[in-house]
Design a protein around this ligand. Structure first.
Ligand SMILES: [Zn+2]
Length: 261
């Protein structure tokens, strides 16, 4: 019941956070006003809508997979001899850990990286970058993630809590909003703060291949992919070869995985 309620409010939260951070970007932008911000925002929203529609399709597959695993008591955590609340609590960091390794694979496997780099090739990240994904990236990502979580036996409620609570973090990580640097340095001890995640959007490949964790930076520290974030303003964002304005038209972005760059 709670899981369903949380899943149902996610689309409303997504729209609310786009509006909230869009407004904050207007009044408290971190990087100086981006030239052509209106066009950038509109293009970002069109891309976001395309990922939304894919999410609706693959989300159904994910939900059915997770429900099947729960009904059949399938998977690792579900069969541990621990109380139900402990399984729910354990499921939350496990989802993030699975996401960490999937994200590394998405950077490592060349043909998947060509899809995932759409999320990275924006030279001026803003709130819309949070949902900037190539549809084929999500067609692959959500079902693979659902299968991994089913095998791990992550409770449905853990997934609902994790994906709802991580939404404000997702949007704050990408939004072009000025945060207090001291607050960011403190926050990144525990969570992937905006400064922490923005390093992952650097155009320097060794920096792009760092700070993979969605929520808990602990994974990067444990598995050797932690990079101390630079000042947000000192990072050059995007990917070489995608600097031109035309590279970010909807059609060009859709075809970009098949381009030689
Ligand atoms: Zn990435």
């Amino acid at each position: 019941m709670l899981a369903k309620t949380l899943n149902d409010i996610q689309p409303i939260l997504i729209v609310a956070f786009i509006i909230l951070f869009g407004v904050l970007e207007t009044f408290a932008a971190n990087v100086q006003a981006v030239p052509g911000r209106g066009r950038h925002f509109r293009r970002g929203l069109v891309l976001a809508l395309s990922s939304f529609s894919i999410f609706a399709l693959t989300g159904l597959f994910s939900a059915l997979t997770m429900d099947w695993a729960e009904t059949h008591r399938f998977g690792l955590v579900r069969n541990l001899p621990i109380p139900a609340y402990a399984k729910i609590a354990l499921g939350i960091p496990l989802i993030d850990l699975a996401g960490y390794f999937l994200h590394r694979a998405w950077h490592r496997v060349p043909w998947i990286w060509r899809l995932h780099r759409v999320h990275h090739n924006d030279p001026t990240p803003d709130v819309t970058t949070s949902l900037r994904f190539h549809p084929l990236d999500l067609v692959l990502q959500f079902p693979v993630q659902a299968l991994v979580l089913a095998v791990l036996g992550v409770p449905v409620l853990s997934a609902a809590v994790y994906f709802t609570l991580s939404l404000p973090l997702l949007f704050s990580q990408h939004a072009n909003v000025r945060w207090n640097p001291r607050f960011d340095r403190f926050a990144r001890i525990f969570i992937s703060s905006p400064g922490y995640h923005r390093m992952h959007h650097s155009s320097v490949r060794s920096e792009t291949d760092s700070n993979f964790a969605d929520v808990f930076p602990l994974w990067d520290r444990l598995f050797g992919t932690y990079r101390t974030p630079k000042e947000v303003r000192d990072v050059r964002y995007g990917i070489d070869g995608f600097e031109e304005e035309d590279a970010h038209r909807f059609r060009t972005v859709m075809l970009s995985p098949f381009r030689r760059v």
